[in-house]
Ligand binder design. Sequence first.
Ligand code: SF4
Ligand code: SF4
Length: 101
Amino acid sequence: MKHHYLKNVVTLHLDEDKCTGCGMCIEVCPHEVLELSGKKVQMRDRDACMECGACAKNCSFSAISVNAGVGCAYALIRGALTNSQPSCDCSSTGRNESSCC
Ligand code: SF4
Ligand code: SF4
């Protein structure tokens, strides 16, 4: 099951004018947030973004920006250790003791 975070709070920003459609961001995104539409990338599922920053880091054209926090690292490590979908548990049920953000 795909995890979604709080609606409309993600800091992910895409500058379509700078996008060349190289597809690198799609390759590295763990949550299938982005998709190619013609020769540009568009956001397919913005609320599924975990703000890991991989897309922005791998975009050679500075077309993507996102405020990457520690939540992604926590989620990735926990997901790997528990063999589950990366999640920091800070969405629907609110903050809890082990939540990262
Ligand atoms: S990596 Fe950058 S230039 Fe390439 S498709 Fe993604 S946003 Fe566009
Ligand atoms: S920040 Fe991470 S989860 Fe969000 S779109 Fe970029 S690669 Fe995907």
